[in-house]
Design a protein. Sequence first.
Length: 140
Amino acid sequence: MRASGKRKPVSEINVVPYIDVMLVLLIIFMITAPLLQQGVEIDLPQASANPLPPEQREPLVVSVSKEGDFYLNIGENLEKPIDEDLLANRVAAVIKNHPQTPVLVRGDKAVDYGRVTEAMVLLQAAGVEKVGLMTESLDQ
């Protein structure tokens, strides 16, 4: 039997509930982190690239040369590079009038990938929801 009937207060913290909460939060963050990544939405072919259907509107094609210059297949003097602001303005005008117009990016294989990404970001800022990437067929 004890000498005194009173218990001494325990000064330890029970950490088991805190560990449970931390594990639940870790699982939540692991699941949601990949979903929160921002980026340009593109539709990539899963196998071989198919041509656009003939009934679809003629696409806007943004070309990125190996020097990193932008070209657009509408407007005057198609052989002259255009700056980012002009590209975004022209694409925004076309998308505003014809929202279903397909938009494609044609990048030279020697161009820096970051420059192609800049083109896609400009298109997204201009209001384009989906961007396709042009490729050449393998049998050429």
